[in-house]
Design a protein around this ligand. Sequence first.
Ligand SMILES: [Ca+2]
Ligand SMILES: [Ca+2]
Ligand SMILES: [Ca+2]
Ligand SMILES: [Ca+2]
Length: 475
Amino acid sequence: MVKSVSEQIFRLGRSREQRSRRIHGTGVVARQVMHKQCTSNAQAWASLKNQHPIQAGLIEMLLNSSDTSNSAGLVGMWTIQTLRSILGVTIGLVVGLVSLNAAEPIPQGKWKAVEIDTIQIGYGLQIADVNGDAKPDIVLADKNTVQWYENPSWKKHIIARDLTKRDNVCVTARDIDGDGRCEIAVGGQWNYAETQKDGAVFYLIPPSDRTQLWTPVELHHEPSVHRMHWIRTRDDQYRLAVKPLRGRGTVNGVGSGLRLLEYLPSKDPMTPWEYKVVNDSLHLSHNFHPVNWDDDREEEMIIASKEGVWYLDRQQDSWESRQLTSQFAGEIRDGRLPGGRRFIVAIEPMHGSTAAVYLEPDQQDERWELCKVLSESLKDGHALAVADYLGVGSDQIVVGWRAMNDPGVPGIKLFTPLNETGTQWRDSQLSAEKVAVEDIKAGDLNGDGKVDVIAAARQTKNLVIFFNQSEPPSK
Ligand SMILES: [Ca+2]
Ligand SMILES: [Ca+2]
Ligand SMILES: [Ca+2]
Ligand SMILES: [Ca+2]
C-alpha cells in the first residue's frame, strides 16, 4: 500500500518540498477536524473539500489506496479512528519520503571562541559598520555605557556614558541613510517591573570622529522600554520601532496592552520626532524581530508576547496584526528549513526553558503548527540567532540561555534541521559555563563567508566571538 500511495504522492509536485508540504498539510487538516470533534461526517467532509481541496484530494488518494474507491465510501469511513490512521500514515510517509531522498550529510559546526572584552551585563548587541570601512563592527549597550568594537582589532570605543540613572537595556544600529555608516539608537532607564515612569529612548548623533562620544537626543518613551529596531519602509526609509516589555500601569502582565511605537526620524534629529502606535494589544513582550516575508521592500515584524507570537504588517495608515502561535513566548526568530519551508522558533515562556519550532501553514490565516520542541531544559532562555552557519542553503538555530533566574549551567547550542519537514534535528554545544548569554547576534565578522556568532554575557561578564570554522558541505 505504501508503495502505491508514494507513487501517487510523487505525482503531486515537482519538488520534494511541494510534495512534503502537501502531505504534511493533510495531517494538519486531519488534526484540525479531529480537534473540532465534528458531529456530522458528511458535513465535515464537504467543508474539508471546499476549504482545503488539495488536502481533501490527498486524503481521498490515501483512502483509495486502502481499497475504498469512492467518496460515498469515504463519508461512511469518516471517523475519528480513520483520521488517526490517516494522520499516522501521512506523517510516516513524509518521514519515509524524505529519508529516501536524503541529501548529502550535513556538516558539523566547528567554532573558535575569542573573548574580546570584559563587560558588566551586555544587555544589547548589534552588528553594523560604524566607521564605514565595509567591515562590520560590534555595537554593545552595556550597563552604563554604549560602545562599539572596531573590526578587526576589536578595539573598544565608548560613545555614550551614563545616559540614564538606571541601566541601558537595548540598542539598534543600521545604516538608515545609505552612507555606509550605521545610525544608532539606545533604550535605557531600565526598571524590570516598573510600568509608570521609567524607561528612556535616545538617538545618538555621531561626531565626525565616530570613536568619540556621540550626542544623545532624548525622544518620547513608554515605560519599560526593552527592545528596538530600525525598520525599513517600502520606499527605503527607516523608522525606529521601540517595544516596551509591559503595558502602562500593568502588574504582572494584567491591564492595558503595551504600546509598540514607530518613530519617524526628524530631518534635524534635535527637533521632536513624530511617532505612531504600531500595536497596543499585547502583554509581556520580551523581544521582537524585523522580517520580510512578502514581495515588497518594506519590513514586517514578528513579536513574542504573553499572547503568543504575532505578525505585524504595515498597511496604508495602520499595522495589521495576525496571531501565529498561542504559547507565551519570550524570544522569536524566523528561518527556512532544508527545501525552503519557513519556520519560526520561539523560547517559551519569557526567560523560559523551551525552544520550539513552528511551521508556516498552507493557509495564511491559520495558526502555525508546532513541529518540533528542540529543548525543554534551557535555564532562563534568553537569545536566538538564526542563520545558515553551516553553508548548506538553509538555516540553523543558535539558542542561548543564561541560567540566572533559573540557576544552573548556562550555554549556547546549535540546532540543525536534518530533513525538510523539520521533524529531525541535531543539537551541538557551542559553549557552556564560560558564557552566560544575555544577548546573541549573528554575522560574518571576519569576511570569510561563514556566519559567526557574538555573545554578550551577564554573570560571566564577557563578550565572546565564536568564529565559525565549520567546513562547508562537499558538493
Ligand atoms: Ca567597520
Ligand atoms: Ca548612515
Ligand atoms: Ca515586506
Ligand atoms: Ca566568518
